[in-house]
Design a protein around this ligand. Structure first.
Ligand code: PHE
Length: 339
């Protein structure tokens, strides 16, 4: 029996120390120490031993069990250390490797300037009104005091969907639409796309953007228009900016003016940006024509108003020194990325 025990011990220790995994180690534990294991079988057979032999064999058997148990515990420990090591190697993370840069988009320069202008005017109490780009001839022309065959139609030739429906050539139709549904006091701006059947070149595009402004209330004068535009010009182009009104003609305003700002590049001395003029034209404006007020259901005896319209591309080109309008629409990332 001693030999059997020694053989079991030698065999068990050898197998435990060999290159095995957790599952095989557990199988060995069952094989040697389990209820139906070899060692248990030997202990069961002890009844046949003489009373003198029994304690001696019993002690050996206990020692063998303890040794096998210790070997298994040690192996288990070894395997778990190894498992952790493998895991650490497999999951190794080099925190010094440079990360992959996430590309975050940003706004188009036209949108940037539009938001700028919206901020400035909202700060002065304006709200934003919208109108359709596909517009009735009525709102684009007739309600703005431009009857059929009026020469102003030639300068704003656009694309017609039907005889009465067209792509709006200006944001001014939003003036009429607003006055029809909203009674004074009115204080709105309206940015958006407009269309003209112009050939593409460095300063023309069949699609471009304007921003309209309209104020109607009792006692509104040209002085209000000037003050408001000066505040706007200083906010957008710098505190030193001055404005200048030049007489002009628009069918829907009377009197009308084209408005220049003092050149923000040279301060008015004359440079390449202002073409030596010292002044840069940025918008058209005037006092809302009494005919337009009446056509929209507002009494011109009681109310007066001013309106203005500026080209967003023009302001953006000035601000960022962009010399070709086509850049805005080509979506060349090398251009767009610069803003
Ligand atoms: N709609 C005019 C244009 O496109 C600009 C303008 C707007 C002029 C409002 C006066 C008042 O040229």
């Amino acid at each position: 029996m001693k030999e059997t025990l020694n053989r079991i011990k030698a065999e068990a220790l050898e197998q435990i120390s060999s290159d095995i995994d957790d599952a095989s180690l557990e199988a060995l534990r069952v094989k040697y120490l389990g209820k139906k294991g070899e060692l248990t079988a030997v202990l069961r057979g002890m009844g046949q031993l003489s009373p003198e032999e029994r304690p001696i064999v019993g002690q050996i058997a206990n020692e063998v069990r303890a040794e096998i148990e210790a070997a298994i515990t040690a192996k288990k420990q070894e395997l778990s250390v190894k498992a952790l090591e493998n895991k650490l190697i497999a999951e190794k993370l080099d925190v010094t490797v440079p990360g992959t840069k996430k590309k975050v988009g940003h706004r188009h320069p036209l949108t940037l300037v539009q938001r700028d202008l919206e901020d400035i005017f909202m700060g002065m109490g304006f709200s934003i009104a919208e109108g359709p780009e596909v517009e009735y001839d009525y709102y684009n022309f007739k309600a703005l005091n431009i009857p059929e065959n009026h020469p102003a139609r030639d300068t704003q030739d656009t694309f017609y969907i039907t005889e009465n429906i067209l792509l709006r050539s200006q944001t001014s139709p939003v003036q009429a639409r607003t006055m029809e549904v909203q009674k004074p006091p009115i204080r709105i701006i309206s940015p958006g796309r407009v269309y003209r059947s112009d050939a593409m070149d460095a300063t023309h595009s069949p699609l471009f953007h304007q921003m309209e402004g309209l104020v109607v209330d009792e006692g509104i004068t040209m002085g209000d228009l000037k003050g408001m535009l000066e505040t706007f010009a200083k906010a957008e182009f710098g505190e030193d900016t001055r404005i200048r009104f030049r007489p002009h003609h628009f069918p829907f305003t009377e009197p009308s003016a084209e408005v220049d700002i003092s050149c923000f590049a040279c301060g008015g001395k004359g440079c390449r940006l202002c073409k030596g003029e010292g002044w840069i034209e940025i918008l058209g404006a005037g006092m809302v024509h009494p005919n337009v007020l009446s056509m929209c259901g507002i009494d011109p005896e009681k109310y007066s108003g001013f309106a203005f319209g500026l080209g967003l591309e023009r302001v953006t080109m000035l601000k960022y020194h962009i010399d070709d309008i086509r850049m805005f629409y080509e979506n060349d990332i090398r251009f767009i990325e610069q803003f």
